[in-house]
Design a protein around this ligand. Structure first.
Ligand SMILES: [Zn+2]
Length: 430
């Protein structure tokens, strides 16, 4: 975790901090153009507005949290968010074919489009109790933090931009996207950047999907997931004894896979998470399957594990067909990809990273950099400068039924200001 060339000393003046201007910086590298955001009178206006806007933020956060949004079933929440976006003076507010909802805040020109995202989906299945409970400033409900807080935050940021009449050079596309969690497999962002109408226009990308406001995700952990189905002729456990058994082949593969050596740095992992199959204790199974997950911070290491795994599956089939009789048929394995998150990273020298870190620091926070698996994986893998930034907190227990987030007014205001500052700096504030 290093500071990407930003010296703490050069940013020591708390109120007149100069920021590298996004548009010039991203076009030509860090240039002489600077803006003094923290001394801009509009920021004071925005601050006053954000304070007064607090109750609405909490209200919208509660409303959105209480609309369930399981993977692949985000539509109700998406429709509600679409209606909310419509109240914010954006143009082209719409839902795309994948279910993402979005609107454009027009820039004055001279810089490319910035996409800002928060994800609509939660990890929680249908039927989960999503009623928000409140204790003081603490809100408790599944999904209230990850990533619903960012959805509400994004609306507050747009309102603050409007209230203080901030303009940006580049258009800003605000998106509530589907499919970030688990089997959603980043489908929302994949559609947005590979097939959506703005795919050729989005040249910078910010996902709001972390807790701590100083935390910046600059690298995407790649992952690949398989469901491997082994099939064989099956038969009676006693009468057909001696025939090939797909369970033995799969067990061989699991045992060999478990012996694979992977580096701890760059962190590389693998797991057999689900095994299924068979019909009865006295039958040789005709079908068994396993779900496998592999991840790495490094694209090259991920490929190594992937290649090794496929070779192990192949070998396990060949060995079983050699070890027992194939007179009724042989064992076969079919590895099907059920998830793929490409890896990628944003360089520590990238203007978007330097600009974002400078803003975070200007607000008195310490930027820290990490590698994770988020919606930013997709733009990173496509070479689009991308970061995942924090939605603020404190909060915790995300992906668990007792997830919570704290909405103390001062803390919320600060997170709105920081995200506002980052968007203005990256989109090229005017
Ligand atoms: Zn999330």
């Amino acid at each position: 975790m290093h500071m990407a060339g930003i010296s703490t000393r050069s940013l020591a003046l708390p109120l007149v901090v100069t920021l590298t201007c996004g548009s010039a910086a991203l076009a030509q590298g860090p240039g002489p153009a600077v803006t003094t955001l923290l001394s801009d009178p509009r920021l004071q206006q925005a601050r006053a507005f954000i304070k007064a806007d607090h109750e609405r933020f909490v209200r919208e956060l509660v409303t959105l949290t209480e609309i369930p949004a399981p993977p692949f079933k985000e539509e109700r929440r998406a429709r509600a968010y679409l209606e909310m976006l419509k109240e914010h003076g954006l143009s082209d507010v719409e839902m795309d074919q994948e279910g993402n909802v979005m609107g454009v805040r027009k820039g004055t020109g001279g810089a490319p489009m910035l996409a800002v995202l928060a994800h609509l989906d939660t990890v929680f299945p249908e039927g989960t109790d999503v009623k928000v409970k409140r204790e003081g400033t603490r809100l408790m409900a599944p999904g209230v933090g990850d990533d619903t807080r960012a959805l509400a935050l994004m609306l507050s940021v747009i309102r603050a931009m409007n209230a203080a009449k901030f303009t940006t050079a580049g258009d800003v596309l605000f998106v509530g996207n589907v499919g970030e969690e688990g089997e959603g497999d980043l489908r929302g962002v994949k559609f947005l950047l590979q097939r959506g109408k703005y795919k050729d226009r989005i040249k910078r990308f910010l996902a709001i999907d972390g807790g701590d406001q100083g935390g910046i995700t600059r690298g995407g952990v790649g992952s690949k997931r398989y469901r491997v189905t082994y099939k064989g002729p099956g038969g009676h456990s006693y009468g057909a004894f001696g025939l090939v058994n797909p369970a033995y082949a799969m067990a061989t593969a699991i045992a060999r896979f478990s012996d694979l050596q992977v580096p701890s740095s760059p962190k590389t992992t693998f797991n057999v998470g689900v095994v299924n199959g068979g019909t009865s204790v006295n039958s040789i199974p005709s079908e068994v399957s396993m779900d496998v997950d592999m991840r790495s911070e490094s694209c090259a290491e991920l490929k190594k594990v992937d290649d090794a795994f496929l070779a192990i599956v192949k070998g396990s089939v060949a060995d079983e067909n050699r070890a027992r009789s194939t007179r009724e048929g042989s064992v076969q394995a079919d590895p099907k990809v059920i998830g793929e998150r490409p890896c990628g990273e944003t360089s520590t020298e990238a203007p978007i990273l330097k600009t974002t870190a400078a803003v975070v620091q200007a607000f008195g926070l310490k930027p820290t950099f990490s590698v994770s698996s988020t919606d930013s994986n997709i733009p990173m893998s496509l070479g689009i400068p991308a970061l995942t930034i924090g939605r603020g907190g404190p909060g915790g227990r995300s992906h668990s039924p007792d997830e919570w987030t704290d909405v103390e007014a001062g803390g919320v205001a600060k997170s709105v200001e920081v995200v506002l500052g980052i968007i203005l700096a990256v989109a090229g504030e005017r």
